[in-house]
Design a protein around this ligand. Structure first.
Ligand SMILES: [Zn+2]
Length: 309
């Protein structure tokens, strides 16, 4: 009985790309069943859970799908551990240093974008940026309250002719700007790949002569959620009334690039804004941003009384 159950568990783990020695599974089962007198089904579940944790495997990857796999849109992904099919375009491939991960990045359809992880053990074909695919039997997973999909050994990928348009669902957010993150203000970008340089160095191309750009990575807080946002040069210029040219001038005068971001912080942090823009992973790419007037005393009192505090 133990041997049979252990074999079933081992087989399922091996199907999704993890080789766990039978002896390890057996000894755990045996302990639970014989020493602790745990019921058989519970023992099986407990052993499976142990190895899922140990190898950091999402639950949905282990438990097979029931019945027909639904084909869904990105915006409909709202549960953990569901098997789905999805037709989407690869929006971005990200750098990846994990040997257990084959590829990682963003895919999208007309309803939005979502992060994907393709396990190395899945042995699936390589995805290319800008190409559209049918992703079959992929599993949803949530990580830090955001959904993503995982491609494992049970998944299939088919390239399709159709060029899927990635939709940009507009989001509105109202909150106080509570911070401006590092890498904001006057920055330099790699002329080859456009990445922001860190101390004059591009992650891909090393030390390069960068070109100047302006951007703001702002954190907004509405009292319930903290939202990361990105303002490109154009939006930053409009909001701060500091043009790129002026920013370069300010930095040259002060012999210090950070004067620009300091000035921006002084101007923006602590104020309320209403912003709109499409979501890209954890950011809202801000297209419009308008300052809101500070709350009047009467509004504050109305709010307080409505909350009955
Ligand atoms: Zn570069």
């Amino acid at each position: 009985m133990i041997k049979e159950t252990a074999k079933q568990i081992e087989d399922r783990f091996s199907e999704i790309g993890f080789n766990i020695p039978t002896s390890e599974i057996e000894s755990r089962l045996e302990k639970l069943l014989n020493e602790f007198k745990v019921p058989a089904e519970e023992a099986r579940r407990s052993v499976v859970n142990y190895f899922l944790k140990e190898y950091n495997i999402p639950r949905g990857d282990f438990y097979t799908q029931q019945g027909n796999t639904p084909t869904v849109k990105v915006k409909d992904i709202n549960a953990d551990g569901k098997w789905i099919n999805i037709k989407a375009k690869v929006a971005q491939l990200w750098d990846n240093n994990h040997e257990s991960i084959g590829q990682v990045g963003l895919i999208g359809d007309e309803s939005g974008t979502i992060k994907f992880t393709k396990w190395a053990s899945a042995e699936l074909p390589g995805l290319e940026e800008g190409k559209s695919y049918n992703f079959k039997n992929v599993v949803t997973n949530s990580y830090q309250e955001r959904f993503q999909i995982n491609l494992n050994k049970s998944s299939q990928i088919e390239e399709i002719e159709e060029d899927i348009e990635i939709g940009t669902e507009m989001i509105e957010f109202i909150g106080a700007m509570v911070g401006i993150q590092a890498g904001s203000g006057l920055i330099k970008r790699c002329p080859q790949c456009n990445r922001a340089l860190i101390k004059g160095v591009c992650g891909e191309h090393g030390k390069v002569e960068g070109t100047y750009d302006l951007r703001i990575k702002a954190v907004l807080d509405n009292g319930h959620n903290v939202q990361d946002t990105l303002l490109n040069r154009e939006v930053s210029e409009r909001l701060t009334n500091i043009t790129l040219e002026e920013a370069v001038h300010m930095a040259t005068e002060a012999l210090e690039q950070s004067v620009v971001v300091d000035k921006m912080k002084e101007q923006l942090v602590g104020r309320y804004y209403s912003v709109t823009g499409p979501r890209l992973d954890r950011y809202i790419l801000i297209e419009t941003i308008s300052p809101l007037p500070p709350l009047e005393r009467s509004q504050i009192e109305a709010l307080l009384s409505s909350m009955e505090v």
